[in-house]
Design a protein around this ligand. Sequence first.
Ligand SMILES: C[S@@+](CC[C@H](N)C(=O)[O-])C[C@H]1O[C@@H](n2cnc3c(N)ncnc32)[C@H](O)[C@@H]1O
Length: 230
Amino acid sequence: MDSQIEFKMEKELATQVDEIHEQVGKLFTSMLDIGAGSGMLARAMSRRGTQMTTLELVPELVDYARSISDNSITILCGDFYTIELDQQFDVVSYMDGFGVGDDIDQLHLLKRISGWLKDDSCALIDIYNPVYWRKISGQKMRFDKAEREYGYDVDNERMLDTWWHPEQPENALTQSLRCYTVEEISKLCEEAGLKIEAIFPGGAMDYDEWVYSPLVSLNECLSYRIKVKK
Ligand SMILES: C[S@@+](CC[C@H](N)C(=O)[O-])C[C@H]1O[C@@H](n2cnc3c(N)ncnc32)[C@H](O)[C@@H]1O
């Protein structure tokens, strides 16, 4: 990887780790990161002394994470809806991915997150903001070998993310995430026995200027992070 890109990514990860420590607001030892992807955040947290466990569904991502992580990180391949874990954690995180199922799935997951938390510990979960995704619906992007368009399904309150090869638009693939207002996610958390303790707005992309602002208001952000406790 280009050393400048690597340096930028390391800096961004260090900022994310700082944010997590600030948001948790007290010393902690163990953390479970679910939907962990290739485990980048876990490696950065581990370097700063946290005992990390990651859970990821896609075996290729898990294999890659195992190939570049040291064995102080417990890297699990499995489904967060069904996996049995015999441990509880000081912090559970789910960054950039909550909302992949329907409301019943999300409620089930929140209940499971509650079960993985020690008493007086917290979970940090990123929630997609419906206001932002409605606003940028129709936004198109062009890359070297791919095109992308964001959409919004107003009936189901889901952001739609469609990708296709410029020469094969008929093979377009769409992924979607349920977006939640603060009121909606508060209600779902309550049903799962969790209470929202804090809300941290995230950033937003300005597609006119093609500039990403890492911190904007709660109304404008792409996603916001909730801190929940049992
Ligand atoms: C958008 S990615 C985010 C990855 C990482 N958290 C980040 O912030 O870069 C969401 C991840 O959640 C994983 N995932 C989706 N459903 C899952 C499930 N049921 N169990 C475990 N992981 C899942 C996906 O495979 C994907 O790697």
